[in-house]
Design a protein around this ligand. Structure first.
Ligand SMILES: C[S@@+](CC[C@H](N)C(=O)[O-])C[C@H]1O[C@@H](n2cnc3c(N)ncnc32)[C@H](O)[C@@H]1O
Length: 251
């Protein structure tokens, strides 16, 4: 299942069908609401496992000192913090996101931990304001699920990568074991209640659960990478398929 616009021009926002413009606005609102408590909720809902997955994704970029990397949908900056030492002082890192509130929290957190040399850019992944072949790698951590059009975003990412450049996507996925899948679904039913308690609003966390449910299976997402022109596409399930890392290379 993809977010591709249907014949009616609608895309899915969780379980609802909305226009692409409406989806962008709704996703923008979701992250504006959660920005201040996003990191706390992330730790609660993932039981801290996102902290293990993110270094794995960074490792899979194969980045070296002096390289240029785009942390797309970078939000509150976890990936940027890990990528900064990898590309070193001569490297370039841009944290780009749709939502200014998420980036503000991210910039404050990064500055607080002594990471100043980062550029911030408000973007829509579907229309990137960067020149062709600019980056050695693009990372997206828990962002692609929310994009209004994954297909258009993947085309754009391919455009801004150098030949040989790498896209690494860390995202929720679907557990393979049916018993574990049931258990995990049970755990997810608690997320809106956690959201209500921590953020004061359960609606963003209903959307979160629905957006995970609608997210393509690993094989389908890999095919989308290939359709956008990526080669050597691989995917790696994490924690029994709760999450996955997809990797593709621009030929
Ligand atoms: C779940 S957060 C992930 C933040 C961070 N990368 C992490 O791993 O913690 C998803 C981010 O995707 C951003 N986003 C959603 N749709 C986007 C789009 N079309 N273009 C760029 N960023 C988008 C949101 O604003 C939000 O900051």
């Amino acid at each position: 299942m993809t977010e591709k616009a249907t014949d009616t021009g609608k895309v899915s926002y969780g379980r609802r069908e909305v226009t692409p413009a409406e989806k962008t606005r709704l996703v923008q609102n979701v992250f504006a609401k959660v920005a201040a408590r996003y990191d706390t909720m992330n730790d609660i809902m993932s039981l801290g496992t996102h902290r293990l997955f993110k270094p794995m994704a960074v490792e899979m970029t194969g980045l070296a000192k002096g390289d240029r990397v785009l942390d797309l949908a970078g939000g509150t900056g976890d990936m940027t913090a890990l990528l900064r030492p990898v590309v070193g002082d001569n490297g370039l890192i841009i944290l780009a996101d749709l939502n200014a509130d998420m980036m503000r929290v991210g910039r404050d957190r990064l500055l607080h931990s002594g990471i100043a040399d980062v550029s911030y850019c408000r973007v829509r992944a579907e229309s990137l304001p960067f020149r062709d072949q600019m980056f050695n790698a693009v990372t997206i951590s828990f962002g692609i699920r929310n994009f209004t059009s994954k297909e258009t975003a993947l085309d754009e990412i391919c455009r801004v990568l150098k030949p040989g450049g790498v896209l690494v996507v860390l995202e929720f996925s679907h557990p393979d074991n049916p018993l574990f899948a049931d258990l995990y679904r049970g755990f997810q039913t608690l997320w809106p209640a956690f959201g209500k308690r921590v953020v004061g609003d359960e609606e963003p966390y209903r959307y979160l659960v629905e957006s995970i449910e609608k997210h393509p299976r690993r094989e389908a997402l890999a095919l989308m990478f290939e359709d956008a022109g990526f080669s050597n596409v691989t995917h790696h399930p994490l924690a029994g398929g709760v999450a996955a890392i997809h990797r593709g290379v621009k030929p």
